[in-house]
Design a protein around this ligand. Structure first.
Ligand SMILES: Cc1ncc(COP(=O)(O)O)c(C=O)c1O
Length: 330
């Protein structure tokens, strides 16, 4: 199969660039120093590649991601880094033969994990991103509640999501220190061997975490592309030019094929004007014709991937493999 045979829009992964990203990260954060977040690609095959680079513990955002990795034989050490109250879904994970650790931040999430038969948890701490996580000062109490119900507390996690995307590196360095001081305080009252934090934008400036939860580094997006990281843009959306007007052109890759929460996608050699449901309107520097194929670079990789059923791994114009995006859904 060749790229020209694909129906568009289609996710295309450059095999060589993916390999570069995985190898670069494995050199920087070998083995247990990285717990790759699979939400960035939702693909078992890609997780198997990460495991081949020595990263065998994974971070997950959903129970579907955890269950999929278990089925792929990647159940050595999975962290569900999210609050889940659905006892039934947690019970299925608890019954699997995998090692599954679940994030908790309240009496309710502790109770759900205990009722499901989960045996290991981490205390999720709010380190500045207004999302999940208890206040650092209450982490010790959440840990006690978990231990009182017979669960082992492996440590803390605290995702500095408000810091990872800042373009100014000095500011990132400063703010990750502030966040990790909060996590350190929480850890002092919680104990355990894990301090899990970090993302692609802080992978090399967070020495306080025992493990980094980066995921976007594997495929990358244009938001992270602005941070001068050593990872290359391995994923693009292949699109077809479907209409050409005197000053702009339109391709079949709109908001239903792209995560748009980080803004418009980019197209090399063109200025993107806007996206509508099924279209991207752009002004190309050099003339394009109806039927031309173009590459669209998403601003945010995670939601982009989640819109697609499969990704095509390519070398030049040849499609080497087709990988299902099989960890989608909830
Ligand atoms: C809990 C958690 N950890 C880590 C990450 C890091 O991911 P990325 O590699 O995109 O920075 C995310 C991303 O949103 C996250 O939600």
């Amino acid at each position: 199969v060749r790229l020209e045979d694909l129906t568009t829009p289609a996710l295309v992964v450059e095999a060589e660039l993916l390999e570069h990203n995985l190898a670069t990260m494995a050199r920087a954060l070998p083995g247990e120093r990285l717990r790759p977040h699979v939400k960035a690609h939702k693909c078992k095959e890609l997780a198997l590649r990460q495991a081949a680079h020595g990263h065998v513990g994974f971070t997950c955002a959903t129970t579907v991601e955890v269950a999929g990795l278990v089925r792929a034989g990647l159940g050595d050490d999975l962290l569900l880094a999210n609050e889940v109250l659905d006892v039934e879904r947690l019970r299925r994970l608890a019954r699997s033969r995998a090692r599954v650790t679940v994030a908790v931040d309240s009496d309710e999430t502790v109770a759900a994990a205990a009722a499901a038969g989960i045996t290991e948890v981490v205390v999720d701490v709010n380190v500045g991103l207004p999302r999940c996580g208890c206040a650092p000062g209450t982490a010790g109490r959440v840990a006690e509640a978990a231990r009182a119900r017979g669960m082992a507390v492996r440590g803390v996690m605290g995702y500095e999501g408000h810091v990872v995307g800042l373009e100014d590196r000095a500011r990132r360095v400063e703010l990750v220190g502030v966040s990790m001081e909060m996590l350190r305080q929480a850890h002092a009252n919680v104990g355990g061997e894990l301090i899990s934090a970090g993302g692609t934008g802080t992978y090399d400036i967070n020495p306080w975490a025992t493990e980094i939860q980066a995921g976007s580094y594997a495929l990358m997006d244009s938001a992270y592309g602005r941070l001068s990281l050593p990872f290359h843009q391995a994923l693009t959306v292949l699109a077809t030019v479907v209409s050409v007007s005197p000053s702009w052109a339109v391709a079949d890759c709109g908001a239903k094929a792209l995560g748009m929460d980080h803004g418009n996608p980019t197209i090399e050699g063109a200025e993107v004007w806007f996206c509508s449901d099924e279209h991207v309107t752009f002004a190309p520097r050099d003339a394009v014709r109806v039927g031309d194929r173009i590459r669209v670079i998403p601003a945010h990789v995670d939601p982009t991937v989640a819109y697609h059923e499969r990704m095509y791994v390519a070398e030049g114009d040849d499609v080497l493999e087709t990988w299902p995006v099989d960890l989608r859904g909830w």
